[in-house]
Design a protein around this ligand. Structure first.
Ligand SMILES: NC(=O)CC[C@H](NC[C@@]1(O)OC[C@@H](O)[C@@H](O)[C@@H]1O)C(=O)O
Length: 263
């Protein structure tokens, strides 16, 4: 009876399976990865009718996390206004931010970016088919999302437009549909998506943003995570996963050479 008892006793104090609950990627919480993203930038990153996050950037990140051994149920997405995403990573609120976040020198002063994984266009969306040139934007009310590249670009290149800042795309598009602004300046794939929801809205102008490819944003003092993400991003490009997801979410859009499998 004693042997049984002592055996029983020992089993209650058994050392946990992985005693050194190691945290190879220096995550805020070793048991999950916290990811800041957008809730209204479909098809890049958005919340579905079922309340889950989806889109190219979301699924691409989930795939990359899976390659790091972090399964989907351990990846926690939180939606924030775009302007809050990079600061939230820098402040240690999230391990990563994803969602068509373009890489620029100014942003890299605040946080690190992985190698790029998406390069496309900034688009002027409007029901007004006369807004096809920069000159035509003179004295027009142009919506931009606070803190986006569109914000910077419009200030620099559309000095005569009347810029109206919004926290997110949904509020800007609602304002446009209510006639409060004349156009909204956002990312090409999201512009097309809003055009599907509101057929009067058309892409009137496109500006290439290939010099600011989207990357995953990681805090500066986490080189291990940055390095691991970069390695898996290139692995996913080389094995055709990137191409598969790009075709799924952006059918018909051009695929930059550098993201396709090298022969
Ligand atoms: N989610 C957003 O609203 C991001 C808006 C904006 N995206 C620009 C961008 O990263 O979008 C994906 C690709 O087209 C990139 O070339 C582009 O710079 C930005 O980074 O400011």
């Amino acid at each position: 009876c004693m042997a049984l008892m002592s055996g029983l006793f020992v089993s209650f104090i058994a050392v946990p399976a992985n005693a050194a609950d190691d945290n190879p990627y220096d995550l805020l919480d070793p048991n999950s990865i916290m990811v800041g993203t957008m809730s209204d930038a479909k098809p890049y990153a958005f919340v579905t009718a079922e309340g889950t996050f989806s889109g190219f950037d979301v699924e691409f990140f989930q795939n990359i996390a899976g390659r790091l051994g972090i399964e989907k149920d351990k990846v926690t997405f939180v939606g924030q206004d775009f302007a809050a995403l990079i600061p939230s990573v820098a402040n240690g609120r999230f391990d990563v931010a994803v969602g068509a976040i373009g890489t620029t020198a100014k942003r890299k002063e605040v946080a690190n970016f992985t190698d790029g994984y998406l390069a496309g266009f900034l688009s002027v969306l409007s029901a007004d088919s006369s807004l096809t040139t920069i000159e035509s934007l003179k004295d027009k009310r142009l919506g931009i999302v606070q803190g986006t590249l569109q914000d910077d670009y419009a200030q620099k290149h559309f000095p005569d437009a009347q810029l109206v800042r919004f926290p997110d795309n949904n509020s800007a598009v609602a304002a446009m549909n209510n006639g409060m602004i004349d156009a909204h300046f956002l990312d090409f794939e999201a512009a097309k998506q809003f055009g599907q929801n509101f057929p009067d809205l058309k892409v009137q102008q496109n500006f290439a943003s290939f010099d600011a490819p989207a990357g995953f944003v990681v805090r500066k003092d986490n080189p291990k995570l940055l390095e691991a993400l970069n390695e898996k991003i290139h692995e996913a490009m080389q094995d055709g996963t990137w191409k598969e997801l790009h075709t799924k979410w952006f059918p018909g859009s051009p695929m930059p050479e550098q993201y396709l499998p090298k022969e």
